[in-house]
Design a protein around this ligand. Structure first.
Ligand code: PDD
Length: 280
């Protein structure tokens, strides 16, 4: 078995040796937040943006941030050093800690801090050539999707529905609007303009989303952050889904209907190429 280097409450050890109490509130309540940072050629990508989002996540759920950005960066660096792989996904989780089961916040309890560095397979081949398939599902999540909480059951059910339909990702629909994927942000290209849902309580403020908006600026492509009517999905010229782990993927089918010309679009090619350049 490959050894996944991990960090638990101040100590480094293989993930298989990590032990967390069943009374941990992350386990009992999903009282926890997380972050996922991609590493390319042993260098963390957009680390400060990920650490800023982590700081916001803990703050929003009233957990004291256990580390400064410098300390977090040192933990990430050490996990990278202990890994054999060049490309990694560093996962960080902070829970409210271990206490007798009670909904009320426990007093004088330290947060549980867990991190691990998993090998990350780069997107390649078929997914780039042919694009991916999407389905739409009803968004049954709570109303604070802007916080990166570990309670992802609704996301997991949506993703599994996609997999069962031989699709890659499920696009979440709420009140007639397409918000984001189960584990990705959504971009819609329509008559030369790129649309993505604004940063509000209904979507995760994706680090990749933000990075892509910067690339669109560079490419002088017009974009708008606005709510996307569900019907637009079926008349879009291009659909993209973005995430730290899977970068930017073009969708060529949605609900079994062909998107645009049925191949990854021209604009996607430009943005994808620039994204690859940024990574390099
Ligand atoms: N998920 N929206 C949701 C609901 C997500 O779970 C994610 C990422 C994104 C994209 O965010 P970013 O570009 O910052 O990765 C949007 C991660 C990868 C995960 O849960 O593993």
């Amino acid at each position: 078995m490959i050894q996944i280097p991990a960090f638990l409450n101040g100590e480094y050890m293989p993930v298989a040796e990590c032990r967390v109490s069943p009374l941990d509130r992350g386990f009992l309540f999903g009282d926890a937040v997380y972050e996922l940072i991609p590493v390319y050629n042993r260098k963390a990508f957009c680390m400060s943006q990920h650490l800023a989002r982590l700081a916001r996540s803990v703050e929003q759920v009233h957990i004291q941030n256990p580390y400064t950005p410098t300390q977090w960066a040192a933990i990430i660096e050490k996990l990278i050093q202990q890994s054999d792989d060049e490309d990694l996904a560093v996962y960080i989780q902070v829970t409210r800690g271990v206490a007798k089961r009670d909904h009320i916040f426990p007093e004088n309890v330290n947060p549980t801090v867990f991190a691990m560095a998993n090998p990350m397979a780069r997107v390649a081949g078929e997914e780039l050539q042919n694009g991916v398939e999407l389905i739409t599902v009803k968004d049954i999540r709570w109303q604070r999707c802007d916080i990166k909480v570990t309670g992802l059951l609704a996301n997991i059910l949506a993703k599994q529905e996609a997999i069962q339909s031989s699709a890659y990702e499920a696009i979440l629909i709420r009140d007639g609007f397409a918000l984001e994927g189960s584990a990705s942000n959504l971009f819609v290209v329509r008559n030369g303009t790129v649309y993505t849902h604004p940063e509000d309580n209904l979507v995760l403020p994706g680090v990749t989303r933000d990075f892509i908006l910067g690339l669109l600026n560079e490419l002088e492509v017009e974009f708008r952050e606005q709510a996307i009517p569900e019907e637009w999905l079926y008349s879009a010229n291009e659909l993209w889904v973005t995430s730290s782990a899977r970068e930017i993927l073009a969708a060529t089918k949605i609900d079994k209907r062909v998107v645009g010309k049925g191949v990854p679009g021209e604009l996607w090619k430009d943005v994808h190429a620039l994204y690859q350049k940024s990574i390099a």
